[in-house]
Design a protein around this ligand. Sequence first.
Ligand code: FAD
Length: 317
Amino acid sequence: MSILVFIEHDEGVVKKSSLEAVSYAAHLGDSVSAIAFGSNVQVDELQNVGKAGAQKVLHVADEKFNQGIIQAYASAIAEAKEKEGATIVVLAKSSLGDAVAARVAVKTSASLASNVVDLPDTSAGFKVKRSIYTGKAFAIVEMSGDNKVIAIKKNAVAVKEDGGQATVESFMPTIKDTDFNATITGTEKATGTILLPEAEIVVSGGRGLKGPENWGMIEALADTLGAATGCSKPVSDMEWRPHHEHVGQTGIKVSPNLYIAIGISGAIQHLAGVNSSKIIVVINKDGEAPFFKAADYGIVGDAFEVVPKLTEALKNS
Ligand code: FAD
């Protein structure tokens, strides 16, 4: 089985979620190629994708592809799929991944499954397990047809590191003007060095922190852990924190290895954005706060006492 993986990178650094997608492909197929876009990613970075199991990386180094023009990416991926003789396209579930996946599926008449958490069951057909209802349930979906597009949920697959270096091959897809009908005229980077949807660790604060002036201790804990900062909806509604930090049903859905909720009650709408987290730690002064029911570890205590002590202890550990 030959598989093509779409690689996302952040200013030249290949995203961990894409390495997870490559690792998934390596477990599934015997021939794994990948495709990456942009002149701003270095060849040695792409060679290292081999460690996760890709034998080859097609590099579309034309500057025109530096920005995430979804239509152009989808056309190039469909062409690369044909060139590599791949039947399955694997990518990481993300806003870009989902948009690309849908277009590639249409262009290649493929079946599509997103938020996939496990290798397929191929004993009878091709059945994949999808995470649904914000991680509360799973759906087993039968994918039909030879061509398939599979988007992998973040943190669902361990990254393989035992492969060799991948061969990086320059690839220039046929460029159609219609692929560049929409152009991105400017981008603005969100505050914070670690992006919330990508974060391995998230430190999140709620209304229990009383005001924006108290966020220093949240940032100090996040810095110590190398974490992104998040918040509950009221906190962003009151403009204590920017809206892109709002976690929950109506905000960002996160699936980090560790989610630390501080002064957040644990309303169902907040939990809807965090219940795919591997480990949840709750710090709340009310032992009856609903969040404790969803927590792996909890500290009943005043955040203003607990958080600085925790940060200090972590710094000294
Ligand atoms: P509160 O409910 O006020 O809780 C504050 C917590 O802090 C309490 O548990 C309290 O015990 C604790 N606390 C107070 N002082 C301290 C202290 N010193 N130390 C430690 N703990 C302390 N909410 C979201 O977050 N995300 C969403 O996406 C979202 N979507 C929504 C969509 C809809 C349609 C609706 C109706 C609501 C939505 N909400 C969402 C709002 C949600 O219902 C809750 O109102 C909200 O999550 C509560 O935020 P909070 O926990 O920060 O505040």
